[in-house]
Design a protein around this ligand. Sequence first.
Ligand SMILES: NC(=O)c1ccc[n+]([C@@H]2O[C@H](COP(=O)([O-])OP(=O)(O)OC[C@H]3O[C@@H](n4cnc5c(N)ncnc54)[C@H](OP(=O)(O)O)[C@@H]3O)[C@@H](O)[C@H]2O)c1
Length: 371
Amino acid sequence: MLRSLIQKSPSSIFHLNFNLRSLRSRVMNTQSFSSTVSPPSKAIVYETHGQPDAVTKLVHIPGTEVKENDVCVKMLAAPINPSDVNRIQGIYPVRPEPPAVGGYEGVGEVYSVGSAVTSFSPGDWVIPSPPSFGTWQTYIVKNQNVWHKVNKGVPMEYAATITVNPLTALLMLEDCVTLNSGDAIVQNGATSMVGQCVIQLAKSRGIHNINIIRDRPGVNEVKERLKDLGADEVFTENELEVKNVKSLLGGIPEPALGFNCVGGNSASLVLKFLRHGGTMVTYGGMSKKPVTVSTSSFIFKDISLRGFWLQKWLGTDKAEESRRMIDRLLGLVQDGKLKYKMELTPFHDFNTALDKSLGKLGSQPKQVIKF
Ligand SMILES: NC(=O)c1ccc[n+]([C@@H]2O[C@H](COP(=O)([O-])OP(=O)(O)OC[C@H]3O[C@@H](n4cnc5c(N)ncnc54)[C@H](OP(=O)(O)O)[C@@H]3O)[C@@H](O)[C@H]2O)c1
């Protein structure tokens, strides 16, 4: 499979080999000053922006110098998130310039450390925190400041995925609007990893949660799964094609806060549930359709619209705070209080994982590459 991947674009392989030759000679030149060089790495690289299944390929990268403050990490697992896809497509506002290795979060095991590193030892499990580009590769060398040690008792797929989506769910619930036990929220995209975390984190605080999902075959099974996590109500978009959605609330109070990661009609449904003066926070746009708001929602319901972007939050000197929150989330995972659906896919099946992440095979669980 990987050979067929490489055969896709012989001309770009030539160009990449050229880049790799110059990279190799750079490494050879520095070896004389260094006592340690990482093992060679296999990486999923894109040389130009475009559709990820067309522009990504497996490449072999030679070993790189491990400087005195560096940590060399053997990657164990890394997810494919929607933002990884958007970075490769070139439509994400902050992205590395190609050629670049894909991926933004993940977990690995310390392989070796530079001479000045005292807080990490070979065998420790670490995550890049704040997350950083280039996690889809077997070995990564980065300054020790990038890495955060995590408890090895947590399943690797959770350590690999805790930074982007669960942290987003936690922050949106804690930072956007003051919520008290007994309040309610509404969200679309409830099957997403963020959505599943929102359900459980809200439930743990006694906050009612109303969830909107896409229509699909086997919808009852999905509803049951979300209810097992703590969802109070789960509706498909079709089920909400009624005159007054609030008649479906039963005893649940009208939501003060809504989360939208879909856009289009699905965002309008979130707005319909909100109480007077409620707020809708948009943090994703999976349908690629715009958010449309009626004039009356502003005038007669005084609705507020906001956005949330984890990368911006992390950029405001929040490194220590985010690490504390990550440890808290991993603690919930260890206590069995936070879980979400994932599928671990071996690195040599990267193409399959990518196809599933791109929605080519219908709704799929989050794909996590296992190196
Ligand atoms: N702003 C931020 O800082 C931030 C941080 C983290 C994540 N996000 C965003 O949050 C969203 C969810 O991310 P995730 O990693 O949690 O998702 P995920 O686990 O990869 O799941 C993808 C979700 O998107 C839904 N979906 C896929 N294609 C869709 C379409 N065409 N129309 C409507 N829904 C569609 C899926 O629904 P089905 O189950 O029906 O397939 C599923 O709920 C993404 O938009 C992501 O970019 C934003």
